[in-house]
Design a binder for this molecule. Structure first.
Ligand code: SAM
Length: 291
């Protein structure tokens, strides 16, 4: 590598040369600390036959390290000013492709298949644009594409919710839905002072790896049930679940069948307990429950 892009001086030099300013509406905060991008890249690349899909390369701070360590890198960038800049800042690499497209619009399954057919494993890495962290992750989770690992930076508070444990204030429907699908591992915390411009909050890097799909669970029904149980956090599970079932007596019975005390709150239920409750209601006449 000639010189890292992720330093305060090199970032400023690139921004000045191209008369670039960070676009707030695209969530642009460029990383200026090489040890952070290096750590994300090293964690993201899980073997020697990986292609990395990077969401939002910016001016190439993380891309550069991904190019060093991965067989191939494919970047999806929404900002039409940046492909020209990246051509220059990544000129020393011939294993990178930049696609000017909104990641939310791409056919992820098709892209994954293209590289899988060439014998490569697909992983995802990003310093995510914070304004669309959840839509991007849910696009990946719901794509059913065979992605081996997702290593991404996001606002620390959002990371805390994805990774939250039962009986904490961060634990919510998002935690359950995510942990149902994935193992979530905390890679590192990142202070707000290593970005240009500096965001208002600290960040964290998480790694998600998928569990094997459980064929016996209808995910749409399961996720709706979980969301309904968290609808009003301060209410008991009986209150929220009664609303979902349209019937308090039936809700009581289902909770009893699932061996869940009706006075508990959703935030005290483990993923396995939600699955128990789903098992009880899954064969109920749909008109009895709001699903
Ligand atoms: N990776 C660079 C870094 O770490 O310095 C930039 C990260 S910056 C937080 C987010 C990047 O995502 C920006 O380059 C922004 O233009 C891009 N971006 C925002 N929304 C996007 C979308 N929907 N699809 C693809 N890229 C997007």
């Amino acid at each position: 590598m000639k010189k890292p892009i992720a330093t305060p001086s090199r970032t400023k030099e690139i921004l000045d040369t191209y008369e670039l300013f960070a676009k707030k509406n695209y969530g642009q905060n460029f990383l200026t600390e090489p040890s952070v991008v290096e750590k994300i890249a090293r964690n993201a690349i899980i073997n020697d036959h990986c292609v990395v899909f990077e969401i939002g390369p910016g001016i190439g701070a993380l891309t550069q390290y991904l190019c060093e360590y991965a067989k191939e890198v494919v970047c999806f960038e929404i900002d039409s000013r940046l492909p020209e800049v990246l051509k220059d800042t990544l000129s020393e690499y011939d294993n990178v492709t930049v696609i000017l497209q909104d990641f939310l619009e791409i056919d992820l399954k098709e892209w994954v298949k293209k590289y899988q057919d060439q014998g490569m494993d697909v992983v995802i890495a990003a310093n995510l644009p914070y304004y669309i962290t959840t839509p991007i992750l849910f696009k990946i989770f719901e794509s059913e594409a065979d992605i081996k690992a997702i290593t991404v930076m996001m606002q620390k508070e959002v990371a805390d919710r994805f990774n939250a444990q039962v009986n904490t204030k961060e634990y919510n429907a998002l935690s359950i839905v995510t942990q149902y699908r994935c193992d979530v591992r905390s890679v590192m915390k990142v202070p707000k002072n290593v970005f240009n411009p500096k965001p208002n909050v600290d960040s964290a890097v998480l790694q998600f790896t998928f569990h094997k799909k459980e064929d016996s669970i209808n995910e749409q029904v399961f996720f709706e049930m979980v969301k309904a149980c968290f609808k009003q956090r301060r209410k008991t599970i009986l209150n929220n679940f009664s609303e979902y079932c349209n019937d308090k007596e039936k809700a009581k019975q289902y909770l009893m069948d699932a061996k869940i005390d009706e006075k508990r709150r959703a935030e005290s239920l483990t993923l396995d307990e939600f699955k128990q409750l789903y098992e009880v209601i899954k064969n109920v006449n749909p008109s009895e429950c709001k699903n």
